[in-house]
Design a protein around this ligand. Structure first.
Ligand SMILES: [Zn+2]
Length: 442
């Protein structure tokens, strides 16, 4: 089991300068490696025996593809040529190259999202991939660490030395720090510690009290129990302030000291909005997990929802992030979180399941059939809950119903065996039928 804990760190002036220098070096090496990759691709765009119409940089035909291994092995050679590369810990540079190839693999698998060059200041993090000893205390003795947790104020990073850290929550017992990513944000520096434990926590199973959760703009979320949380607009509330700051920024001369100061203020405000949103979503997730043991969410693609009207507010609410945070919190708190089909959930009566057409302005669900009246969002949440329960239980058995077959132990294996036997027999019989026909026609 791997968890990521984020802590704020306070590097002193020397350390901060060093970190900024490393980020810049990483950015340069990332761009160099990407250039190599792009050159290779360009040079392989036309057939080997003809010239490309657009002038491309031609690499020799036997030049191997610049994969991760090759580019990583080139690093020591590059260090001889460019000594400034040596100031960065070598593993940091390696993981930086790894990062490019992760982006590349992602592009290959997905078909879009070609890695891009990083502009000045766009490299925001570096990764320390392994630690021989616990960087918090210098030992692997975690019990001692926990006892001394309030006194731990420093983290030891390679080539950087001891950095002040706000260890606001101790590392849980049995967890070891595997890797540390140092992050630069507008508000300051952070470390994300990946902590790992051998202990496996099983995925939560559906149990106990079930609720459906419907998210929306007017009420941020509504549960099937009738509880609603008023809508929140994180960006919108600070929009006026942002407008002022951005106006000021636009008046400054580019690349000047004052421009940089104004830019930092805009960046910090954006950072503040994002932090506020995330904090709210974590608190709300915990609240929902307090209320139920099983939570059903809609499986809507919020990116498509954000393209509609009110798109700006949809993006502001950050529903997609909320869904993934709720899943994460649910897993840690043994609450089963699942997604169910969202189509028409707001247009269905949760009581008698007939379709009740509503416009967005109709805030009350009132069914003409069974005279059931309730808040529109709550009705939608109740319908989601109904669907979730249907998805889970079929004739009192857990699991989805597939035809007439339910997931009983042994039944599946038998069925598979029968099917395979049948298909072999069927193939044989087709073969038998075929051969005389072919002979007849020939
Ligand atoms: Zn009804």
């Amino acid at each position: 089991m791997i968890l990521n804990y984020t802590y704020r760190i306070y590097p002193d002036a020397r350390q901060e300068e060093l970190l900024l220098e490393w980020l810049e070096t990483c950015r340069k090496s990332y761009n160099y490696a990407l250039r190599e990759l792009k050159d290779y691709i360009s040079s392989r765009k036309c057939a080997i025996d003809r010239c490309s119409l657009v002038s491309e940089y031609i690499m020799p035909a036997d030049y191997p593809f610049p994969g991760y291994q090759q580019q990583q092995n080139n690093l020591p050679k590059a260090k001889k040529k460019y000594p400034w590369l040596k100031s960065v810990p070598s593993q940091v540079l390696q993981t930086n190259i790894r990062r490019l190839h992760d982006a590349w693999d992602f592009f290959i698998n997905r078909g879009f999202g070609f890695p891009r060059f990083k502009k000045y200041g766009q490299m925001k993090s570096i990764l320390f991939p392994q630690f021989k000893t616990n960087p918090l205390t210098g030992s692997l003795d975690f019990v001692a660490l926990r006892e001394r947790a309030p006194s731990v104020r420093q983290i030891k990073l390679p080539k950087l030395g001891l950095v002040q850290i706000n260890l606001h929550r101790p590392i849980p017992e049995g967890f070891v720090i595997k890797q540390i990513r140092v992050l630069k944000k507008a508000k300051g520096w952070y470390v994300v510690a990946s902590i790992q434990s051998d202990m496996e926590i099983p995925n939560p199973l559906p149990h106990g009290h079930c609720i459906g959760v419907d998210v929306g703009l007017l009420s941020y979320c509504a549960t099937s129990d009738g509880w609603t949380e008023p809508g929140r607009k994180f960006f919108k509330t600070l929009y006026r302030r942002l407008k002022v700051l951005q106006h000021r920024l636009s008046k400054k001369q580019k690349k000047s000291q004052n421009y940089e100061k104004a830019r930092k203020k805009v960046e910090a405000l954006h950072n503040h909005i994002a932090f506020k949103r995330k904090d709210y979503q974590f608190k709300l997730s915990h609240k929902l997990c307090d209320m139920a043991d099983t939570i059903f969410l809609e499986d809507i693609d919020f990116r498509i929802m954000a393209k509609g009207f009110l798109g700006k507010h949809t993006v502001d609410a950050g529903f997609g992030q909320f869904r993934s945070i709720l899943k994460y919190v649910g897993k840690r708190r043994n609450v089963f979180v699942a997604q169910v089909d969202h189509r028409g959930s707001s247009q269905t009566c949760p009581n008698c399941r007939i379709e009740v057409r509503k416009k967005l302005k109709d805030r009350l669900h009132s069914c003409p059939e069974c005279l059931y009246e309730i808040n529109r969002d709550v009705a939608s949440a109740q319908e989601l809950c109904n669907r979730g329960i249907e998805m889970l239980s079929t004739q009192g058995l857990w699991g989805k119903e597939i035809g007439c077959q339910v997931g009983l132990s042994g039944a599946f294996c038998l069925d598979k065996w029968r099917n395979s036997d049948l298909s072999v027999r069927a193939a044989k019989s087709i073969g038998d039928n075929r051969s005389p026909r072919y002979t007849a026609s020939s």
